[in-house]
Design a protein around this ligand. Structure first.
Ligand SMILES: *Cc1c(COP(=O)(O)O)cnc(C)c1O
Length: 376
């Protein structure tokens, strides 16, 4: 029989090294102990004390008046966007933002806002105050969309974990506010930005009305995000969360893991150092790598599916992001895992750069045995 839980991570060497995401971590022993011991209540009826403790602590970290737990970052973003947007509105976000590309369009069909992507005119993942001013424009005739919200992302995932500094964030948020827009910050990995910059997370939320942060990305909680803002916002957010089926009862069991996760912010520096080591090692092996600012390494390849397959066969799991190979470092990796991943990946093959899209479509499958013998 298999053990009911798996808390030990695989040793380097035998099992695949999983660099697909920083969400593949398993809860630590300390998290499981905290979950088992958590004081709980019915959060839908009259609040769960551990969940409340987590919400208050995150609100403090983000410099917000209040905060509310959600089961996922997507729900946290959606609750905020539903609070900000109505039908007939449009919202701005840097191209490739999670709310634009990775939440199934819920910003549009549930929150009611037409998305508008802004190019990264101020560096990877970043938009300039000028671009926001221009895009916000002025109110048009009654049949035009109203631009009501700017949605920022720090770090910007699809731009390779790109960091926005406090001054840059404050300037762009101020430009949005001056143009009459509300500001939401998707801070799924705000912790990474804060550690990379050596500033408290609250330094990165200035001028934002609402902020969403993940506890399950990099910090290693099994579940959970928190969305922060004013007390008026969280009052409405509780209704919206319930509407989406996100009201949970004895959520303290999950929040307890989140509280332990918050003690792990400083150790993200290790993940960043390992990402840099990984990127350097890949560069030495001839791969075209973007220098990571945090824990995300993007590798430009000609044949994306072929390269992912090759990595997988070598025992390194990666994912696709922005048309590139994405490798992410996380809490369940050691230095030895990075060394092993580099050994397994090895030098780039010239062939990888010369066969875009793999074999000629007409020749696909030629010479391969049929999947199933005929007649059976
Ligand atoms: C992962 C992620 C989210 C959503 O979090 P889930 O918990 O997976 O729903 C939101 N924004 C960014 C930038 C993310 O990377």
């Amino acid at each position: 029989m298999r053990p009911p839980t798996r808390t030990r991570r695989p040793k380097a060497g035998a099992e695949p090294i999983d660099l697909r995401s920083d969400t593949v971590t398993v809860p630590t022993k300390q998290m499981r102990a905290a979950m088992a011991a958590a004081e709980v209540g019915d959060d839908v009826l009259d609040r769960d004390p551990t969940m409340r403790e987590l919400e208050v602590r995150v609100a403090g970290l983000l410099g917000a008046a209040d905060a509310m737990w959600t089961p996922s970052g997507s729900m946290g973003n959606l609750v905020a966007l539903m609070a900000h947007l109505s039908r007939g509105d449009t919202f701005l976000a840097p191209a490739g933002a999670h709310v634009l590309d990775a939440e199934l369009g819920t910003a549009a069909w549930l929150a009611g806002g037409m998305p508008r992507a802004l190019e990264h005119d101020a560096g990877p993942g970043k938009v300039s105050p000028d671009a926001v001013r221009r895009a916000a424009g002025t109110a048009g005739p009654y049949y035009t969309l109203r631009t009501t919200l700017l949605c920022l992302e720090n770090t910007h995932n699809a731009a390779g974990g790109a960091v926005t500094a406090p001054e840059e964030h404050a300037a762009v948020a101020a430009a949005a506010r001056a143009a009459g827009l509300a500001v939401h910050l998707d801070g799924a990995r705000i912790w990474h930005a804060a550690v990379a910059l050596g500033v408290p997370p609250a330094a990165l939320t200035v001028g934002a009305d609402t902020v969403q942060v993940c506890l399950s990305k990099g910090l290693g909680a099994p579940v959970g995000s928190v969305v922060a803002g004013s007390v008026e916002f969280t009052t409405e957010a509780r209704r919206l969360r319930k509407m989406l089926g996100g009201g949970v009862r004895q959520g303290g069991v999950l929040a307890a893991a989140g509280l332990v996760a918050l003690d792990r912010i400083d150790r993200l520096a290790e993940d960043h150092a390992r990402a840099t080591r990984l990127a350097d090692g890949l560069h030495e092996r001839g791969w075209q790598v973007q220098a990571p600012q945090t824990n995300i390494v993007l590798v430009t390849v000609v044949d994306l599916p072929g390269t992912l397959r090759r990595f997988d066969e070598a025992g390194v799991r990666a994912s696709a992001m922005s048309g590139k190979v994405r490798l992410m470092t996380h809490a369940d990796l050691s230095d030895a895992d990075i060394t092993a991943a580099l050994d397994r990946i090895g030098p780039i093959e010239p062939a990888a750069g010369t066969r875009p899209g793999g074999p000629h479509p007409l020749r696909r499958g030629a010479g391969r045995a049929p999947a199933r013998p005929a007649g059976r």
